[in-house]
Design a protein around this ligand. Structure first.
Ligand code: SAM
Length: 295
């Protein structure tokens, strides 16, 4: 008989864990979603259709994977925990459009796998209830590696969600905001209460939707721009001038070049980086590069 109860049903989730003698592992950030409304909300936010290739990060026992598999063309899910991979080989056995890859998402060559699993030049949607302990590195990997994505819809801790689209000058505004903004528009899609998970996380959660966007100034080597942004924010309470001296040195010759770059970018040396928007910081990067301070 075909089992028609969703994996995410709270009783079924617990029953699956009991059957395999498993407990959620803190070290892997395991908080399983047991709220079907939230799961449907995530799939709807990603606008997944029968034409879509989906990458999932951290399928766990398969609650979200199942909902994705019902609508997508194909789902490729990366799971680090071999015990979960074993559970998935059973919970996903009726879905022939799901491929589970037992791997650490931060160690895989995503673009190669996308080509292998979906075909050359395939576009993907990335959908996940992220392991919170590595939210930022995963986001950085998705944004900074060269993959063609239509949208990224991911659950994360609320505090990180707020940093993704923080306003200039606020406490939440920083390197993560600016890196995100270079590649994407970030929008809070769903606020999720702790009771939607088993076990309940100790922090607030939110689903964020990223859609691709192009910055006002495109640079040929974004990594170098992010290096300058990082340097500018290395001591948030210090002026841009002091952070620049710290990064490039205090020789007279270097000071002159920093001064010239700030003038060329029309930025006051006394300002703090948190007061500058992406366009201004990009202008600063280009001016520093023109002075030979960064290449
Ligand atoms: N998707 C499931 C759900 O919503 O119920 C589980 C989400 S749980 C918050 C995070 C999942 O990511 C866990 O299954 C965990 O084992 C997995 N995970 C943790 N670190 C990982 C990594 N580096 N690479 C791949 N998966 C990882």
């Amino acid at each position: 008989m075909v089992d028609i109860i969703d994996i995410a049903d709270p009783m079924r989730t617990q029953a699956i864990l009991n059957t395999y003698g498993l407990h959620a592992k803190k070290k892997f950030g395991q908080n399983f979603l047991t709220d079907l409304n939230v799961l449907h909300g995530i799939v709807d936010a990603a606008e997944v259709t029968a034409d879509d290739y989906v990458i999932e990060i951290g399928p766990g026992i398969g609650s979200l994977t199942e909902q994705l598999a019902r609508v997508a063309k194909k789902v490729v899910a990366f799971e680090i925990d071999t015990e979960m991979v074993h559970v998935l080989s059973e919970t996903m056995q009726n879905y022939d459009n799901v491929k589970i890859i037992a791997a650490d998402i931060l160690e895989v060559h995503l673009s190669e796998i996308i080509t292998k699993e979906f075909g050359e030049g395939a576009h993907v949607k990335v959908v996940a209830n992220l392991p919170y302990y590595i939210t930022t590195p995963i986001l950085m990997q998705l944004l900074r590696t060269n993959i063609a994505w239509d949208n990224i819809v991911v659950m994360m801790q609320r505090e990180v969600a707020d940093r993704l689209n923080a306003a200039v000058g606020t406490k939440a505004y920083g390197v993560l905001t600016l890196t995100t903004e270079y590649f994407a528009k970030a929008k809070l899609a769903i606020e999720v209460p702790a009771e939607s998970f088993n076990p309940a996380p100790k922090v607030d959660s939110a689903v964020v939707k990223l859609t691709p966007s192009t910055p006002e100034i495109l640079v040929d080597q974004p990594e170098r721009l992010f290096g300058v942004i990082k340097g500018s924010f290395s001591h948030r309470r210090k002026s841009l001038w002091n952070n620049m001296l710290q990064t490039y040195g205090k020789d007279l010759d270097v000071k002159d070049k920093i001064k010239a770059a700030l003038e060329a970018a029309d930025i006051a040396p006394s300002i703090r980086a948190e007061r500058l928007n992406l366009t201004e910081l990009t202008a600063l990067y280009l001016a520093l590069r023109a002075q030979g301070l960064t290449n």
